[in-house]
Write a protein that binds this ligand. Sequence first.
Ligand SMILES: Cc1cc2nc3c(=O)[nH]c(=O)nc-3n(C[C@H](O)[C@H](O)[C@H](O)COP(=O)(O)OP(=O)(O)OC[C@H]3O[C@@H](n4cnc5c(N)ncnc54)[C@H](O)[C@@H]3O)c2cc1C
Length: 395
Amino acid sequence: MIRTASVIGGGPAGLMAAETLAARGIAVTVHDQMPSVGRKLLMAGRGGLNLTHAEPLPVFLSRYGSARSWLEPVITAFPPRALIAWCNGLGQATFTGTSARVFPVAMKASPLLRAWLGRLAGLGVRFAPRHRWSGWDGSALVFATPQGAVRAEPDATILALGGASWPRLGSDAAWIGFLVRDVAPFRPANCGFLVSWSPHFRDRFAGRPLKRLALRFGPDQVRGEAMVTHAGIEGGAVYALSARLRDAIEAEGSAVLLVDLRPDLDRAALADRLGGPRRGQSLSNTLRKQAGLSPEAIGLVQESLHAGSDQSDLAALIKALPLRLLAPAPIERAISSAGGVRLDAMDENLMLRDRPGVFLAGEMLDWEAPTGGYLLQACFSTGVAAARGALRWGG
Ligand SMILES: Cc1cc2nc3c(=O)[nH]c(=O)nc-3n(C[C@H](O)[C@H](O)[C@H](O)COP(=O)(O)OP(=O)(O)OC[C@H]3O[C@@H](n4cnc5c(N)ncnc54)[C@H](O)[C@@H]3O)c2cc1C
């Protein structure tokens, strides 16, 4: 029977594990290296906090790709409807958006986190901020704190240390150096990409949106928006294709994304419009008036022409503008990371095979998923699973 537990990492996965254990009467301490918990959750709240997704469960599960086989029982045991009920139970109403994405009505994380921390305090959970876990000394956990080294010897430990994106929010993946050997290298996921813009294009358009476009890579096509950045391109539509683009760049050195700047018009209709009289108009006026392009889209067409694209079939260029992506943008700015502790390192309780009593949860595990609420759902569900695993193991 376990009586005490240390949860290391106060993100959604760790806090969910803490709640599950404390609700069963375990004395839980949440250690985090940051001065406060839930910093990445709060950051996710800036985009509205897409908690989960309302599509049918089999479709939902397919979003986890090769990790589906082991995540399926984990998510089925704490599925999207359980997460929504949990959120509602904390006084946070939710709604389902047009794309079936689920958000709290407040469209941010702070009220949810505040209510959650209140509940955890009520369950007797202790918080140990500014406790940087640095490994074990024998069976004792060792933390570096402003007051010096601190040790703890709980009956069970849950590690929920996060992935490797946005390290300044706490998840710096420094544990890779000492935890287990069975770790798939971290790579950016749901990330932007680097493009070699001309100085003129970069100066004029960095920070500007490319609205209502469609992006195509191989068999995948997605409609949405993107953002020109100083170093390349990012945004929802890019993130949706980012796993395949990243893998292609790793294999081939670069990848060509096809941008459709007028997805609502077919090529023939566009050619018709562009075939009309030009009456001495400049190219950019033609693109604006006849093709209805925004200044950013016109800039992209001109950038492509300067790089050698064929001007004789403008309609074809507008429908499939080739954009060469050179590398993923740095992981420091990615929404999430791929890679992490491999499934083989753990048993069916998410317990480390070579460290009995140590359970793992959240983005530090080797799975990836697109945006759409799949990231948080898997973090919450693995948090529940790791805690239940500890309870089962502890008898
Ligand atoms: C900008 C942005 C927007 C996002 N929006 C969404 C969204 O809308 N929907 C969605 O599903 N997902 C979103 N995500 C992803 C989601 O926030 C993460 O997947 C999730 O927070 C990961 O949870 P976690 O508990 O595994 O790790 P984290 O939330 O990263 O928490 C890990 C914790 O471990 C602590 N820690 C790490 N190492 C140590 C150590 N050695 N000692 C002590 N403590 C340590 C860290 O300080 C941190 O508090 C977004 C992410 C970003 C960056």
